[in-house]
Design a protein around this ligand. Structure first.
Ligand SMILES: Nc1ncnc2c1ncn2[C@@H]1O[C@H](COP(=O)(O)OP(=O)(O)O)[C@@H](O)[C@H]1O
Ligand SMILES: O=P(O)(O)O[C@H]1O[C@H](CO)[C@@H](O[C@H]2O[C@H](CO)[C@@H](O)[C@H](O)[C@H]2O)[C@H](O)[C@H]1O
Length: 490
């Protein structure tokens, strides 16, 4: 039978290029690139002689002949070189390989290329003439092999590591997550969630290491980590508790804002969908998570003047991308300068890209997800200890985004109505920020130095968001840009 590497001997780089170009998770859209190399990391299959722990679940939507067949699942890394000479990137491609087309997987087609000379692909009884590749994430049979490998290991250089404490439901069928995300997740029934990291950087991924520590500390504010996938000490993915009763914080916040806007004469606290008590619970949850992270990861201090300089540099770079920031630049520099004299700041492991979309409300309280940090930063930067105010600032900005995102989506043109709505958006943001901050600070209170620091982190985050929106959702740019204007004119 052909080896995993042999199956990709004649891999079609053009097909991979086209596939990457249309993938939601490809993070360099709009830049010219080529797939310069394809590395085969290994195969996902039970080790030889290992009995299957359970049969692959049947996909009832498929014809019986197809449903009975298991693919060869090969994990490849596509190396991407950019025409603009920028740093190359590497993307993980878990491929389900068959020796003939699978109609049920048309939507997940990646490419087809000649089979290795004279070798059967092992996906059918006859020697195959070609390899037909699909995105394994979309293939229930391939995902069953992943789940089973957490029990048996994969018998290749790809390591499947389990944490104790939970018995996996190996019969649960895998369904790909269909919402917005930067990686690729698959839900196994109501038991577990597998997230495969798409843009791969050598070394540990903070999503795994942070979840591991919080799981082992018994945190009630994260989905427990069940295991992870690694290759050569690089994390490729993780398996977590499925949060059955989860609703996402961004959606709940938007509903609350809509309730407020629907009641022209009421204040936020008088409306049924008031979010303030949830904002307070979020503040408590974040404080607990920060305390646990302080216990488990190294802490340090950093000179505030250095942080102020980094923020100022980020502002200068942001002006290149969003020239409208220039008119607020002096005021922003002054905000950063005000923090520069605060001496040594405590730093620790933090979430690093916290916003309402990274929070899930369950019957067991709020859970924080996705500890990977800001996608624009290098992995080294993302795991560096940082100020906890970074996370508080992220949530503060989110409380500003939610009402302004709803307001921007409403077709109203009447200046009086727009003016009223802007006032009420500010009211919603202030009310929830205040509740969140009071709960986060608890007995420690919120002093003048804290205010100076938080303001600097909030302005820095809003500047980051301007760049993020310009590159990802240009029609949303006005939300953080107006946020910068308000923050720097206070
Ligand atoms: N443990 C979980 N249980 C249920 N849903 C989850 C869980 N973890 C994440 N989700 C959902 O999946 C979405 C994407 O997860 P996330 O970790 O943010 O992925 P990405 O890093 O690709 O952005 C989340 O916004 C949330 O809606
Ligand atoms: O979730 P990611 O880690 O991919 O974070 C990036 O995308 C976020 C948007 O999906 C972006 O968040 C910004 O928009 C949110 C509303 O969609 C808002 O709640 C946040 O406050 C705002 O920052 C995030 O900045 C970016 O890193």
């Amino acid at each position: 039978m052909a080896t995993a590497s042999e199956l990709l001997t004649h891999v079609d780089h053009e097909a991979l290029h086209a596939y990457l170009d249309r993938a939601r998770w490809f993070g360099s859209k709009g830049r010219g690139f080529t797939v310069s190399e394809v590395h085969v990391l290994g195969e996902v299959a039970p080790p030889p002689g290992e009995a299957a722990a359970s049969p692959a679940p049947t996909d009832h939507s498929t014809r019986p002949a197809e449903a009975a067949r298991e693919p060869r699942v090969v994990v490849a890394l596509a190396e991407v070189a950019f025409d603009d000479g920028g740093e190359p990137e590497r993307y993980q491609l878990p491929l389900a390989l068959y020796d003939e087309p699978q109609e049920r997987l048309d939507h997940a087609f990646v490419g087809r290329w000649p089979a290795p000379d004279g070798a059967a692909t092992g996906t059918a009884t006859d020697a195959g003439a070609e390899v037909v590749a699909y995105d394994a994430v979309q293939d229930r049979a391939a995902m069953a092999l992943y789940l089973r490998s957490f029990e048996t290991g994969s018998g290749s250089a790809i390591g499947f590591v389990r944490l104790g404490g939970h018995e996996l439901d190996l019969t649960a069928p895998g369904s790909p997550f269909t919402g917005e995300q930067s990686n690729s997740s698959v839900f196994f029934g109501e038991d577990s969630v597998l997230k495969l990291f798409r843009k791969v950087t050598p070394g540990e991924n903070p999503d795994v290491t942070t979840h591991r520590v919080l799981t082992e500390a018994g945190s009630t504010h994260v989905a427990h980590l069940y295991g992870w996938i690694e290759h050569d000490e690089t994390h490729l993915g993780m398996l977590q508790q499925f949060l059955r009763t989860a609703s996402d914080g961004w959606g709940i916040a938007l509903a609350s804002v809509r309730d407020l806007f629907a009641e022209a004469d009421l204040h936020a606290e008088e409306v049924g969908g008031d979010f303030a008590s949830e904002a307070a619970r979020l503040g408590e949850a974040l404080a607990e998570v920060h305390a646990q992270l302080r216990e488990a990861f190294p802490t340090d201090t950093v000179d505030a003047a250095h942080v102020a300089q980094v923020m100022t540099d980020r502002l200068e770079a942001a002006i290149e991308v969003v020239p409208q920031l220039a008119e607020h630049a002096d005021a922003a520099r002054a905000v950063f300068a005000a923090m520069a004299g605060l001496g040594e700041l405590p730093v620790q492991r933090v979430h690093a890209d916290l916003h309402l979309g990274q929070t899930l409300r369950t019957v067991g309280g709020w859970k924080l997800v996705d500890f990977e940090g800001e996608p624009a930063k290098t992995m080294d930067e993302r795991v560096r200890p940082d100020s906890p105010w970074r996370d508080v600032a992220g949530m503060t900005r989110s409380f500003d985004y939610a009402p302004h995102a709803v307001a921007a989506s409403m077709p109203e043109q009447d200046p009086d109505v727009l003016h009223q709505r802007a006032i009420r958006a500010g009211e919603w943001a202030r009310r929830n920020r205040k509740a969140f901050l009071a709960a986060y600070c608890g007995d420690a209170g919120f002093g003048a130095e804290d205010r100076t620091l938080l303001t600097a982190y909030v302005v820095d985050k809003a500047i980051y968001e301007c760049v993020y929106e310009a590159r990802n959702r240009p029609t949303w740019l006005s939300i953080p840009l107006e946020g910068v204007a308000r923050l720097t004119s206070d």
